[in-house]
Design a protein around this ligand. Structure first.
Ligand SMILES: [Zn+2]
Length: 346
């Protein structure tokens, strides 16, 4: 292939280093060495090529690549650019779509090393429908809150799925010590009744229709999620050092109680969430964005719980931070006018 110098970039990537992004309309061809593509775990070797749809790749060994616009490749070697373009298009054709939104995954507990199974959503299949006034994101046919907490079936260690494997060494050592040898037995004894719940669901759903079963399963999963939230909250200081996570847990718990229509428990959880958000707001060092979001939630929780004046003050405080977030600003402004109207009427 013949190129003009300015059209092409030749890059040498050292082992385990990342190749930067490819610009739109450009193609990267491997001249020598091997690249590992993270997203689809594919190894590419000499002669392979890809375009800007690949986020980034890591060199498995020293790798030399040439990056050039597709049109220039075609110009330099007629037929080749076209062939590359055709092949790249074929790869982009959507896979036959499966409707399944979840899959099962084996997880190894960092504390007791037991393996257990969790349900996960294919995140790329989640379709956001709306965000409600407490900033709860609603998805089409999916509720990620159901599986957001992972709880080890061996020792009951619980955490958000994203933080499950990021315990600090000190916390991990403490938990391991508490877990062995009697600790583990104790944990087994303390084990939640969720296995029974599952069996129960299967028994009860035995003679009924699929729809009943799905309804029952959803309900059961909600109860498991509630139970896991309660367990995490009870053991919060053992499992987590991030104080901001506690009010979030209570708020999520309130939403789960909403879903099972337990108003009293939902209110209780909102009271706790409010208390903990107040706590975090007054005691933690927060970025401006975090302060803004927490103030909004403090206002909203006060509002929902019927403390209108406190709500009003906090909405105003939140808006006075002038953070550029259209959605929250709009919700806060609407709430301010709503409360003012209500207070005037009284
Ligand atoms: Zn465990």
């Amino acid at each position: 292939m013949k190129f003009k110098k300015k059209d092409v970039i030749i890059k040498v990537v050292k082992p385990n280093e990342a190749l930067g992004r490819i610009d739109e309309g450009q193609v990267c061809v491997i001249i020598d060495g091997r690249l590992r593509q993270h997203r689809n775990k594919v190894h590419l070797k000499k002669g392979n090529y890809f375009d800007d749809s690949v986020a980034f790749s890591i060199a498995s060994e020293e790798t030399k690549v040439i990056i050039a616009p597709l049109a220039k490749i075609e110009q330099a070697t007629p037929g080749i650019g076209e062939k590359i373009a055709r092949n790249l298009e074929v790869k982009k054709e959507p896979e036959p779509k499966s409707k399944k939104l979840t899959y099962l995954k084996q997880v190894k507990c960092p504390v007791c090393e037991s393996n257990f199974t969790v349900t996960k959503y294919f995140s790329y299949k989640l379709e956001q429908k709306s965000i409600d006034r407490e900033l709860r994101v609603r998805y089409k046919d999916a509720e990620p809150l159901l599986y957001d907490l992972w709880r080890c079936s061996g020792c009951n260690y619980t955490n958000f799925q994203d933080s499950f494997h990021s315990l600090g060494k000190r916390e991990l050592d403490e938990l391991k010590r508490a877990c062995r040898p009697d600790g583990k037995k104790q944990a087994q004894l303390n084990r939640s009744p969720r296995v029974d719940l599952k069996q129960d669901a299967e028994l009860k759903a035995g003679g009924e229709t699929i729809q009943d079963y799905n309804e029952y399963k959803k309900n059961m999963e909600l109860h498991i999620a509630i139970e896991n939230h309660l367990w995490f909250i009870k053991n919060f200081h053992k499992y987590c050092r991030v104080q901001e996570a506690l009010p979030k847990l209570y708020l999520h718990l309130a939403w789960l109680y909403d879903d099972v229509k337990n108003e009293e428990k939902a209110r209780e959880a909102r009271m706790k969430a409010l208390l903990e958000y107040d706590n975090v707001y007054s005691k933690s060092r927060l970025t401006l964005e975090a302060q803004y979001k927490i103030l909004y939630l403090i206002a909203r929780l006060n509002h929902t719980l019927g403390y209108k004046e406190k709500a009003l003050n906090n909405y105003r405080k939140c808006l006075s931070l002038r953070v550029n977030n259209r959605q929250i600003n709009m919700l806060a402004e609407e709430a301010v006018s709503e409360i003012k109207r209500e207070l005037n009427r009284q």
